[in-house]
Ligand binder design. Structure first.
Ligand code: BG6
Length: 489
């Protein structure tokens, strides 16, 4: 294993919600991987905070039972795992009680760098920050990491930002969108700005349309309590899909510096045309899954999930057409789509180039536009769909894909998003985190859609679990002579 030891001094990572799902599924496995690859300094400690009245041993037992299954089998090493657990301590406290913070203060007396990871309900963020400040735990080096959902609308996002901003400066605040930590998403910047061949074509009129799909096969499972109050637009589009759209659509930043990149993404968010009720009716499709089959297994509908009200109108699928009002993207539709219980787990961005203005091959020739297919997950690849001559007599055309398999293009390890982002926090790199104005601009675009749905007062359309969503989603594309990628094959 190569040594890549970070040379900073003592660090404390304090995780509020230390016994929650996110901690044992994502954060601790990510920190274990960083430990395994010598990315944590020897003195880095992790303090988990939870309400459970547990001893340190009881907490370690809990983590030892729950976390290893979220670590890749090849990467799990029993001795390394034990040495990782030695970094962990546990404080049982009620984060809403100011007096309980004395325990935390006593546990981290003279750390150089404190990172507070708030993996709790956002309704607690303001209180936690206020109590940290009263306990004198926030200094100019301290950092706070905020997990989504950051608000349910613009007003609530503003409240969270203002409250947290009372105690932390903007450069100390790390708003996580884990999509920004994915290798392929970061690679999108290199694809666009590190290669000269695409940039001249990366605009109207050379691009006919852009589609962004994040399809999942999972249902809402045990998260219905949260999800039913959120829905796909807030849970996925407001953050992950809009961030992908920003990276596809932004101008080249003047550097990779955090503010330079975030300034450019912000311009895209501000250029998105806000929808009125008529636009919402025409350009958005909401769906909710009904019973069906996913990955070969029969699954129930959304309303049959535990804790979902029988009359729920929450959308588990959304497809929409977005318009970017600037010169680069004039008249180029951006189609966004995400859903649970869809046919495949698949996240991809499709850039469809405009057709040639004239063909010498005759109308009967099987001609189709060039497409750049950027697959983010499950496999990571880039494919360029091109026309070639079909072997044989005549000049028949055939589409083929030039492929780049990113997963196997290097033997270097590809870190998971949370590991990468946590390391960025420790190193003070803000580029892959959302700035306050970005988050609020995203809500400014989302809110009229939520208002439009409320005004229209219609129910989401049913779609069968295991399908690609309601038929209206295909109709949204067909109207502009476009198709989702799976419909083109
Ligand atoms: C989360 C959403 O932010 O992203 C979940 O809250 C969703 O509903 C998840 O399942 C998808 O992440 P990934 O990395 O599995 O695509």
């Amino acid at each position: 294993m190569t040594s890549n030891l970070v040379t900073h001094g003592s660090q404390e990572i304090v995780i509020f919600g230390g016994a929650g799902d996110l901690s044992f599924r994502k954060l601790l496995p990510a920190l274990y991987m960083a430990h395994l690859h010598d990315k944590l300094s020897a003195s880095t400690r992790i303090i988990a905070i939870g309400r459970q009245d547990w001893s340190r041993e009881a907490y370690l037992n809990f983590i030892d039972t729950h976390s290893p299954s979220f670590i890749e089998t090849d990467a799990f090493d029993a001795a390394q795992w034990q040495s990782f657990l030695a970094r962990l301590s546990y404080i049982s406290m009620d984060a809403t009680q100011a007096t309980h913070y004395a325990k935390l203060k006593a546990a981290c007396p003279q750390s150089l760098l404190r990172v507070f990871y708030l993996a709790t309900a956002p309704s607690l963020f303001a209180q936690i920050c206020a109590h940290l400040a009263s306990a004198d735990l926030i200094d100019s080096l301290a950092r706070v990491v905020l997990e989504k959902p950051l608000g349910t609308d613009l007003a609530s996002a503003r409240v969270i930002n203002t409250e947290v901003g009372r105690y932390f400066e903007e450069h100390q605040i790390y708003r996580i969108d884990h999509y920004l930590g994915k290798e392929t998403v970061q690679n999108l910047m290199v694809l666009r700005f590190g290669n000269s061949i695409f940039e001249p074509l990366w605009r109207a009129p050379h691009i006919r349309s852009v589609q962004i799909t994040v399809a999942e096969t999972v249902g809402v499972g045990s998260r219905a309590g949260f999800y039913d109050g959120a829905g796909a637009l807030r849970d996925m589009v407001q953050n992950h899909l809009l961030q992908l759209l920003c990276i596809v659509a932004m101008e080249s930043p003047i550097s990779l510096g955090a503010d330079d990149v975030r300034d450019e993404k912000l311009k895209v968010l501000r250029s998105l045309k806000k929808m009125n009720v008529n636009d919402v009716k025409r350009d958005t499709v909401r769906g909710q899954y009904t019973a069906g089959a996913c990955a070969g297994e029969a699954v129930g509908g959304y309303k049959e999930e535990d804790k979902v009200p029988a009359d729920s109108r929450t959308e588990t699928f959304v497809a929409l057409r977005a318009t970017i009002n600037n010169a680069r993207w004039a008249n180029v539709p951006f189609f966004l789509r995400t859903g649970k219980r869809m046919q495949k787990r698949q996240s991809e961005i499709i850039i469809e180039f405009s057709e040639q203005p004239f063909t010498i091959f005759g109308l009967a020739a099987h001609h189709q536009p060039n497409r750049l297919i950027i697959r983010l997950q499950p496999e990571e690849s880039i494919q360029l769909e091109m026309m070639v001559k079909e072997p044989g007599s005549g000049m028949n055309l055939n589409p083929v894909r030039l492929g780049l398999d990113l997963q196997h293009s290097s033997d270097k390890r590809r870190a998971e998003a949370y590991e990468r982002l946590l390391m960025d926090v420790l190193k003070g790199r803000l580029t892959h985190f959302m700035r306050r104005d970005e988050l609020e601009a995203a809500w400014m675009w989302i809110e009229p859609i939520l208002d439009g749905w409320e005004a229209l007062d219609d129910k989401p359309l049913d779609y069968c679990a295991g399908s690609w969503g309601p038929g209206a989603s295909s109709a949204l594309m067909a109207r502009e002579d476009q198709k989702w990628l799976e419909e083109c094959q």
